[in-house]
Design a protein around this ligand. Structure first.
Ligand code: ZN
Length: 312
């Protein structure tokens, strides 16, 4: 609804960079994070605590968490695949930790070589680790429902399975669950249906965010569907870095600049200064000259006289 606050969670430094082969130098990542925070983005997923031999692009995550923590008002988010990653995330001082759990068990086995039961055990162990931290130093803990809208290996992912895993993640000690369209299969009707269904199981407050990809060009339509259902956190990636090699022209995550423009034009508050946000692309381009950046708003520019809440 116009006037309410929507959190744009920038995931480019994690989801975007893990999907491309060039390794962005740590100093460039810091410049990106600093510039985007200065543009008003309040939550940034700065990396993932996975072994460097698996994802060398994200080997500097601990250093980035330490750096990002020095930026006032910024929520520093990270991904962890297991307890070991969570230990590193807690030690580094991350404010928010997400463990992705593939609703498609085939995908889970292929990706992290773990069954659902094993992942839920890992989740419970992480929840215990967080609870053991002194009050005020406990990161927020999110369970990410990966492949919730379909899987490249299994195809259709049954809604009942999504609900079962959502409930199990909450029982294992997550503070909330997020719906993740890992494969870019989602459509707006499905987004609405699944948000309602998951909320009926875990409660509205415990399902507040969605993670969308633009693989088939439905990213912003899906974002709008999520907004209509009352979702208040939307993941996006600057320049939509990490496009799908099988869908030329399709960005990876939904493009932060286009999302921020849509939200501002509709009268939502995001805290983002669009001109400053568009300028952050230069920082990323300078460090990744051969990587394609996506987005329509950056090319077209803001409408003449644009100051948000367009036509209201
Ligand atoms: Zn993703």
């Amino acid at each position: 609804m116009s006037g309410s606050f929507i959190e744009i969670s920038e995931v480019g430094p994690r989801d975007g960079l893990q999907s491309i082969s060039p390794i962005m130098p740590t100093e460039a990542k810091k410049a990106w994070i600093a510039a985007e925070a200065a543009a008003g983005v309040r939550e940034i997923e700065v990396g993932s605590f996975v072994p460097a031999k698996i994802l060398p692009q994200l080997a500097d995550t601990a250093e980035l968490v330490a750096f990002a923590r020095t930026i006032p008002g910024l929520t520093v988010a990270v991904l962890v695949p297991n307890l070991k990653g969570a230990e590193a995330a807690v030690a580094a001082g991350a404010h928010k930790i997400t463990i992705p759990l593939s609703v498609s068990e085939t995908h889970s086995l292929r990706n992290v070589r773990r069954t659902h039961a094993q992942m839920l055990e890992e989740t419970a162990a992480i929840a215990a680790l967080i609870q053991a931290q002194p009050e005020g130093r406990r990161p927020k803990f999110e369970g990410g429902l990966s492949t919730a809208f379909g899987c490249t290996l299994e195809g259709v992912v049954p809604e009942a399975k999504v609900l079962e895993i959502a409930e199990a993640l909450m029982k294992a000690g997550c503070d909330e669950v997020g719906l993740s369209d890992t494969t870019g299969y989602a459509n707006p009707a499905q987004v609405k249906r699944l948000i309602r269904a998951v909320r009926s199981v875990v409660g509205d407050h415990a399902c507040a965010g969605v993670h969308l990809h633009n693989t088939r060009g439905l990213g912003l339509a899906n974002a709008l569907a999520a907004l209509d259902e009352g979702i208040t956190t939307l993941d996006a990636s600057l320049g939509g870095i990490g496009g799908c090699p099988f869908a030329p022209g399709a960005s990876g995550n939904i493009v932060t600049e286009d999302l921020a423009f849509m939200l501002a034009a509709m009268g939502y508050e995001t805290g983002v200064d669009l001109e400053k946000l568009l300028a952050v692309r230069d920082v990323v381009k300078a460090a990744l000259p051969d990587t394609e950046l996506y987005g329509f708003t950056p090319d077209a520019g803001l409408p003449k006289g644009f100051s948000g809440a367009w036509g209201l």
